[in-house]
Every structure is written in structure tokens, then in C-alpha cells.
Design a protein around this ligand. Structure first.
Ligand SMILES: Cc1cc2nc3c(=O)[nH]c(=O)nc-3n(C[C@H](O)[C@H](O)[C@H](O)COP(=O)(O)O)c2cc1C
Length: 386
């Protein structure tokens, strides 16, 4: 669409008195202002205030206690959510499930996410979450993985509304904690039933619903449909959170405006830019966005490595965990593709750390300080940073 301009009088110096105003930009600025006003002060989940309305998404294998603490320490995080914990494993006393549900005493507000298909076990697991000190218990209706859906949990429950309702009722009856639900738009595009399932959750007592704007069949393909989430917002009185493909502050505003949601939840975007929640919160609060320097990025990557290594003795396990997070973290970094290739070839931790050190030296030497958001690795593969 061609850009539209007009001239308006502004009480400024004579030279500036008549200057062109870009109406599209002006419209975007006023839409932003309206979103800021709409979200000011955050919102309540039961008695728990979520402010800023910026939530770290649950990510299995990533958002463990250390990772959540690290992101929270950077600021702007109104709520953290654990990785999903199997209610089956928890109620059968599997140690790993209990480890995944462990919280830091300082970490509040925090939600423990559980999944499963047996209402009684889900209720028991929710009770354990309460005992563990969670502020909220979240029910997973979004996981698309075969391992979970073949057990008819996660997003498979969207195809069984009656069972989903039975789970909501059982959890609501079991705990004083508020419960929330995270779901997809539906199983596939022929069954976009998120508004119906969300309504069932609300009727059972849910205090918040998060929607990842994809279907189960899409897995992670295509684009998140933020506009669809408006149909869930319109079906509910409780707060709705928009999730999926939010990588920048502009994306957050677009997602909030298209969906009408009360908050954003960000997953992969946090690994790409650990300050993204902080930057969104800064902007929503009318403050200048925090701009991490290269030194800050390097320090956080170092902390991530240290955190990933904690409590694990076998080097190859640590290497695997570090490589997983590094793959996301280096997306969008200048020459990030080259860095990823080198890191994935690394055979030991010292070798990997050295590669990272060399990479940051290279960026510094080239003066590529504040280029994270602008720079993309595409098209840079010919040049090697090492
Ligand atoms: C590695 C990984 C693990 C995930 N694990 C969970 C999980 O345990 N529970 C859950 O509800 N969603 C999980 N998700 C989905 C995210 O919470 C989120 O809904 C999805 O990634 C879309 O948001 P994003 O585009 O901001 O990443 C996971 C996603 C990723 C990439």
C-alpha cells in the first residue's frame, strides 16, 4: 500500500512548523499507546498479579529452574512456567518428574505445568504443585508431540472436550491455587475449537487461558495466527494470553493488537534474545528499551553454559544440552550460522567455549556491537568468523 502523508501544524520552531507526518507511523504509534494503556498494571490470575504482562513460555528441556532464574534476573518477566510435568510420573513418584517441578524459593509468581489424561492423577498432581509452592497450576492442552498425544494428553485432549472438562473440574476441586490452561487453536484447521475448550475451562473455574496460534497438525510450521486468538478473547471473560512467533517488540504489539489478548507469552524468542521480555515490558511501561551490549550477551551466554552444566557430570550430556540452547541463542546473530556449524562440530566443552570466545572477539574486532536485532546470518555464510 502506498504510504500516506499530510502536513499538520505543530507548535514548534518556525523551521519545524510544517513537517510531513507519516500517517501510517502516527497510526501505529497511537495503537501502541492504546495497547500500553489497556495493559497498564497487568492483570490478576486469582489473587496473583501478573505485571508486566510478559510471560516466559514453558519449554521442555530448556526452562528448568536455572534458565527461568536467569531470564527473570534480566527483568521484564511477569510470570514463569516450568517445563511440562507428567501427572502420571509425578503421582507414581518418578524422581525426574519431581525435579522438573522444583521451584526456587525466590521465584514468584510461578506456575507449574502438568499434563495427563486421568482426572484423578491430574488432581493429585495439582495438589503436589500446591505443596511445592506454585502460585498457579497450568494444564497442558497444547503439546503436539506424538509421545504425548499418543497417550491422549496434551493437544489430543482438544479432541476430547468432555474429558478435558472432567480434568478441569477435578483440578479445580482439588486445589485452592488458581488453575490455567495452555492450548492450541485446535487439532487441525477443520476443528478450530479453542473458543469452546477455553469456555469449558472458564466455566470450570480457570483464571487464564493461553493460546498458541497454531493447530496441533501444524506442529511448529506456518505462522502463528494471532487474529484467530481474538475469537477466544471474545468468548471469555478471563484473561487470554497470545503466544507464538513473537520475536521482537514490534511482534508483541502486533500480536496484542490483533488478538486483543491481555499478555504475551514468549518461548523461542527468549532463547534468541534473552532480553525480549524485558524490552517488551520496557516499551509497555513507556521506558526506553534495554539494549544489551555484546559484553552483556557474552556474559549471559556464559551463564547459560554454566547453568546447563550444573549437576551433570558426563561431558557429552552437557555438550548436548548446551548445543541445543546455543542453536536458538545464535539465531539472528551476525555470522551466527557459522558459529552454529562450528559449535555443533565441537567435541568437548573447552573447545566449545573457545569457539564462543573467538566468535565474540571477532564481533568486537569488527565493531559489530549493537547489531543483534538488525543482523541476520542469511547471506553471510561465505565469510567465516574464525
Ligand atoms: C523446545 C520446546 C519445548 C517446549 N515445551 C513445552 C512444554 O513443556 N509445555 C508447553 O505448554 N509448551 C511447550 N512448548 C511450546 C511453547 O511453550 C510455545 O507454545 C511455542 O514454542 C510457541 O511459542 P514461541 O513461538 O514463542 O516459541 C515447547 C516449545 C519448544 C520450542
Amino acid at each position: 500500500m502506498p504510504r500516506r502523508f499530510c502536513y499538520i501544524a505543530i507548535p514548534m520552531t518556525d523551521r519545524e512548523r510544517y513537517r510531513p507526518i507519516d500517517l501510517d507511523e502516527a497510526g501505529a504509534a497511537s495503537a501502541r499507546e492504546a495497547t500500553r494503556r489497556r495493559l497498564a498494571g497487568g492483570f490478576l490470575v486469582g489473587e496473583q498479579r501478573i505485571d508486566p504482562p510478559c510471560i516466559l513460555a514453558p519449554m521442555e528441556g530448556i526452562t528448568d529452574r536455572g534458565f527461568r532464574n536467569l531470564i527473570r534476573s534480566l527483568g521484564g518477566c511477569g510470570l514463569t512456567v516450568t517445563e511440562f510435568v507428567s501427572s502420571e510420573a509425578m503421582t507414581r513418584n518418578v524422581r525426574r518428574a519431581w525435579e522438573m517441578a522444583e521451584l526456587d524459593p525466590e521465584e514468584h509468581p510461578v506456575s507449574i505445568q502438568i499434563y495427563g489424561r486421568d482426572p484423578q492423577r491430574m488432581a493429585d498432581a495439582a495438589r503436589f504443585c500446591e505443596e511445592l509452592g506454585a502460585d498457579i497450576v497450568d494444564i497442558n492442552l497444547g503439546c503436539p508431540s506424538k509421545a504425548v498425544t499418543s497417550g491422549c494428553s496434551g493437544s489430543a485432549l482438544m479432541r476430547e472436550p468432555e474429558l478435558a472438562s472432567a480434568i478441569f473440574d477435578a483440578v479445580e476441586a482439588a486445589v485452592r491455587l488458581p488453575f490455567t490452561v495452555k492450548m492450541r487453536m485446535g487439532w487441525d484447521h477443520a476443528s478450530l475449537n479453542a473458543p469452546e475448550i477455553a469456555r469449558r475451562a472458564q466455566d470450570a473455574g480457570a483464571r487464564m487461558v493461553t493460546v498458541h496460534g497454531r493447530t496441533r497438525m501444524q506442529m511448529y510450521k506456518g505462522e502463528a495466527d494471532w487474529a484467530f486468538i481474538r475469537s477466544v478473547v471474545e468468548a471469555l471473560e478471563i484473561p487470554v494470553v497470545v503466544n507464538g512467533d513473537i520475536l521482537t517488540v514490534d511482534d508483541a504489539y502486533r500480536a496484542l493488537e490483533r488478538s486483543g489478548a491481555r499478555a504475551v507469552m514468549v518461548g523461542r524468542g527468549v532463547m534468541r534474545n534473552p532480553w525480549i521480555l524485558r524490552q517488551i515490558a520496557d516499551d509497555l511501561g513507556g521506558r526506553p528499551q534495554t539494549q544489551p551490549t555484546l559484553a552483556m550477551r557474552r556474559a549471559v551466554l556464559g551463564q547459560l553454559f554454566a547453568q546447563r552444566s550444573q549437576g551433570i557430570e558426563r561431558e557429552h550430556v552437557v555438550l548436548g544440552r548446551v548445543k541445543k540452547v546455543v542453536t536458538y541463542f545464535t539465531k539472528g546473530l551476525p555470522h551466527g550460522a557459522n558459529l552454529r556449524r562450528s559449535l555443533h562440530r565441537s567435541q568437548s566443552l573447552p573447545e566449545l567455549f573457545e569457539q564462543v570466545g573467538d566468535y565474540f572477539e571477532f564481533l568486537s574486532a569488527r565493531g559489530l556491537e549493537a547489531v543483534f536485532d538488525e543482523a541476520h546470518d542469511e547471506g553471510e555464510s561465505a565469510s567465516n568468523w574464525s
